[in-house]
Design a protein around this ligand. Structure first.
Ligand code: GDG
Length: 589
């Protein structure tokens, strides 16, 4: 055979090889499917195939945002979505914090419902499908009320789903929660200039605790296709662990805090493992598109993946994960509003209790005592206001309530002392008989008290140095059914992307922030009304049920697509349609 013969016969040779390969692939696919050993996964098909790419675009264009915007969102909407779009689905929520805590109090068991937006969003879903919530059992009486499988039916007055508790030793809690999650990942993800601490022992504990939770999810799954809603930075490794054990599960992981840029992320010694862990998810959610973009950049830099930026899809090790923004919110209307007095009475009672004289404006801050929240920066801005506009000395009082949080960690103890020192300094410089400019109350308040404070305020300051969303800003707006009050909001809080009618500030710029306080204090009631009205519409429409519902709708779409793929394969096998099968097989593996 001459060289030219060889060249002319090569295409025929290749065709023969390809045909044999395709037929072998078809035979393998058919055998696996018939034997029940393979079922298509609800992962998005590889974005490298044209068909898959089109599907992904449809998902983005027609699904997600369009549907979600047209619906009036309530717990009932969530129940309807479950009934119509996801019948028979088992929803499993995984979070560090449990929705019900049992504590011992004077030899009695007391039930505590932690105030949490996350609980109010995810509870209606878990209730509606009689699902399961898996969380760390940290209450002092938690062990007393569970059955042999560590489960307790909740809510106690109308049991409708199971709370499965995971027990952690003190060392596990210290390494996984306080150590890796809160001394490592928390400062890593927030630009607050607090150095993260990474200890190998914390990492090992974080990994083993994630494994413990993964085993609990697998044990609780009633079938091979649950919808698992993984919450937050405590569980970066869990999605991958789950994917290995429940390949057909739909896993939606929501990261409640910012995602840093790839340069900052690179300092984490286990960066590839964290990314690999998260890419076990079907969808990874953040509050803002900006944090989605940062995540995709980090993946691009540290893992061998294929990224379809237009589709926000990452294909990795034969699977594709979508990266979406789902801005979290609060329930609308907030339950607390039904329990608090009218605005005028809240104003009177709070002002009387704090001894605020007539004609003195009340500015408030409500936070967990955390260095990302910019509490000291608020105090500094107030100092700037007094220095530049001394006529305001004696005319404004700033009340900062700060719920103690992670108090055993040195950075948090230091912050507490620093806040006290700063407040004392301002009071020493600008205070006088009968007038204390800053009231710093580092105590936990009830939800009702928090809402009374929102309603009594002339101005609310949310000046986070960095914040995934910030629910205080949305709660303040929701609390003001009188359409009065001014919100000062950090440009580095996710909420600033939605609440555009707030006075937006840079918390690192104390002088300008001082000017903004003055602008807020002098804003005419008409302007306050216009701004507040618009912000209330936004929070009403984009409430927390929309946050949860958008994720459910996306889960339903992924599931339907997996079913369509399975049906197409089955019908191809039945009709002997060998031409289209290799194409389908390639699209799915
Ligand atoms: C993370 C992200 C994201 C405050 N003091 C008391 C009290 N609170 C309540 C507030 C509010 C909640 O705590 C704080 O929520 P944030 O959203 O402001 O902040 P994080 O705790 O840091 O939450 C954040 C959020 O996750 C959700 O995804 O928005 O960006 O960092 O509800 O009212 N509640 C009570 N007493 C207090 O003294 N009862």
């Amino acid at each position: 055979m001459t060289t030219s013969d060889l060249v002319t016969s090569l295409p025929a040779l290749w065709l023969a090889v390809l045909a044999t390969f395709c037929l072998a692939g078809v035979a393998l696919a058919a055998a696996l499917i018939r034997s029940g050993k393979y079922r298509p996964s609800p992962f998005v098909p590889q974005a490298s195939s044209d068909g898959a790419r089109t599907l992904l675009r449809e998902f983005e264009k027609n699904g997600h945002s369009a549907d979600a915007a047209l619906v009036k969102w309530s717990p009932d909407t969530l129940r309807k979505i479950l009934a119509t779009e996801l019948p028979d689905a088992q929803v499993i929520v995984v979070s560090n914090r449990e929705p019900y805590i049992h504590n011992l109090k004077n030899d009695d068991v007391e039930l505590v419902v932690p105030a949490s937006g996350l609980v109010s969003a995810l509870e209606p879903i878990t209730r509606a499908c009689a699902g399961t919530w898996i969380a760390y059992g940290g209450g002092s009486a938690d062990r007393l009320v569970v059955d042999e499988q560590d489960r307790v039916a909740v809510p106690p007055d109308d049991p409708s789903y199971m709370l499965r508790r995971v027990w952690l030793s003190e060392a596990e809690h210290a390494g996984y929660y306080l150590g890796f999650a809160n001394e490592g990942l928390w400062p890593l993800c927030h630009i607050a200039f607090t150095r993260p601490s990474f200890r190998a022992s914390d990492w090992e504990t974080y990994e083993s605790v994630n494994r413990k939770f993964a085993d609990a999810v697998v044990a609780e799954a009633r079938n091979e296709r649950p919808i698992v809603l993984v919450q937050d930075y405590h569980f970066a490794l869990l999605p991958r662990m789950l994917r290995e054990q429940l390949p057909e599960a739909i896993i939606i992981t929501f990261w409640h805090i910012p995602w840093p840029n790839s340069e900052v992320f690179s300092i984490c010694p286990w960066r590839e493992r964290i990314l690999d862990g998260l890419l076990g998810s079907s969808i990874i959610g953040f509050h803002t598109q900006f944090h989605c973009n940062n995540f995709i950049e980090s993946v691009d830099r540290f893992l061998e993946t294929r990224i379809e930026r237009e589709d926000a899809a990452i294909s990795y090790q034969g699977q594709t994960s979508l990266v979406h923004a789902y801005p979290i919110s609060i329930e609308w209307p907030p339950a607390e509003l039904g329990k608090v007095p009218p605005v005028a009475r809240c104003r009177d009672s709070i002002r009387t209790r704090l001894g605020i004289a007539d004609g003195v404006k009340l500015c408030v801050g409500v936070e967990r005592l955390d260095y990302t929240k910019g509490i000291i920066d608020r105090f500094r801005a107030l100092g700037e206001l007094f220095d530049r506009h001394p006529e305001w000395i004696g005319k404004v009082t700033f009340l900062q309530i700060a719920a103690p949080s992670r108090g055993t960690l040195p950075d948090y103890e230091r912050l507490h002392r620093e806040c006290e020192r700063c407040a004392e300094e301002i009071n020493r410089r600008y205070g006088r008989d009968g007038y204390t400019p800053v009231l710093f109350v580092a105590e936990h308040h009830t939800r009702q008290q928090v809402y009374e404070i929102y309603r009594a305020a002339d101005v609310c300051m949310v000046t986070s140095l960095h914040d995934g969303m910030n629910l205080v800003a949305k709660e303040f707006v929701a609390a003001r059914d009188d359409e009065q009050g001014v919100l000062i909001l950090s440009m580095f809080a996710g909420a600033s992307k939605e609440l555009l009618e707030a006075l937006i500030v840079n918390p690192f710029d104390a002088a300008t922030m001082g000017e903004m306080i003055r602008q807020a204090l002098t804003m005419p009631p008409g302007e306050q009304r216009d701004r507040m009205r618009r912000m209330r519409e936004i929070v009403r429409d984009n409430n927390v049920y929309r946050w949860a519902g958008s994720m459910l709708l996306d889960a339903a779409r992924l599931r339907k697509r997996a079913e369509t793929e399975l049906a197409a394969i089955n019908s191809s096998i039945e009709t002997g349609n060998v031409v289209s099968l290799p194409e389908r097989w390639r699209a799915m593996t």
